[in-house]
Design a protein around this ligand. Structure first.
Ligand SMILES: [Mg+2]
Length: 224
């Protein structure tokens, strides 16, 4: 669902309708979310037992390896975002790839960052050479991308690590390039490609090459 707040953020973007658009997620696509979360958990007496592509159910107490209940995991996640949003490491290659692609695309970051950490995330983007407009979404992302699609008459590329977000865009929006990007190779190995995605990768070199080729094929060759 497109809330009034999200629609207002989308409508405020300085987008040109005739230029291609990259819509990238932040956590686990351009920011190393899982590595950061593991550091936070270790500092606080927990660890993440990556047995499946999920956080809830896989957080355990260091002292006895007991599973932490869902409500407490949600509380730990909120504490993690509050403490460490600005200290996450960037995903290798993300800033360089986006910088190169920005010569012939528009770029926005569509992130389900908690509302209290919106400003911190924008500062993080600036600090790491990715000062692109941030849209703080909530829930599935299809409605936001559909709104963007209705205004952009050029290729759109959507990158996300979470299959439900890719499925949401696939269901609601036609003609979007879907890139299933998971920076952490352990997580990527736990999960194959999301249905309907055009590329499944852990590498910004791969994502860059895919987007560049699609732009070439669509005639958006950029500055010569
Ligand atoms: Mg993500």
């Amino acid at each position: 669902m497109l809330t009034r707040d999200i629609q207002a953020q989308l409508d405020a973007l300085p987008l040109q309708s005739d230029q291609p658009l990259i819509v990238t997620d932040a956590d686990e696509v351009i920011a190393q979310f899982i590595v950061g979360l593991e550091g936070f958990l270790t500092r606080n007496g927990f660890w993440l037992d990556l047995q499946s592509f999920a956080i809830s159910g896989n957080v355990k107490r260091a002292e006895d390896h007991s599973v932490v209940e869902r409500a407490e995991v949600q509380e730990l996640l909120a504490q993690f975002f509050a403490a460490d949003t600005e200290s996450l490491l960037p995903v290798p290659g993300a800033a360089d790839a986006l910088s190169a692609l920005s010569k012939r695309t528009q770029i926005i970051v569509l992130s389900n960052v908690p509302q209290p950490q919106r400003a911190a995330r924008q500062r993080w983007l600036r600090q790491h050479g990715m000062d692109y407009p941030l849209v703080a979404n909530s829930g599935p992302k299809g409605a936001a991308v559909r709104h963007l699609r209705s205004n952009i008459k050029a290729p759109i590329f959507f990158l996300d690590d979470l299959p439900p977000n890719l499925a949401s865009v696939s269901e609601l929006v036609e003609d979007v390039h879907l890139l299933h990007f998971i920076a952490d190779s352990r997580l990527a190995a736990l999960m194959g490609p999301a249905p309907d995605c055009h590329l499944h990768t852990t590498s910004w070199d791969d994502a860059h090459a895919y987007i560049a080729q699609a732009l070439d094929l669509a005639g958006f060759t950029g500055p010569q």
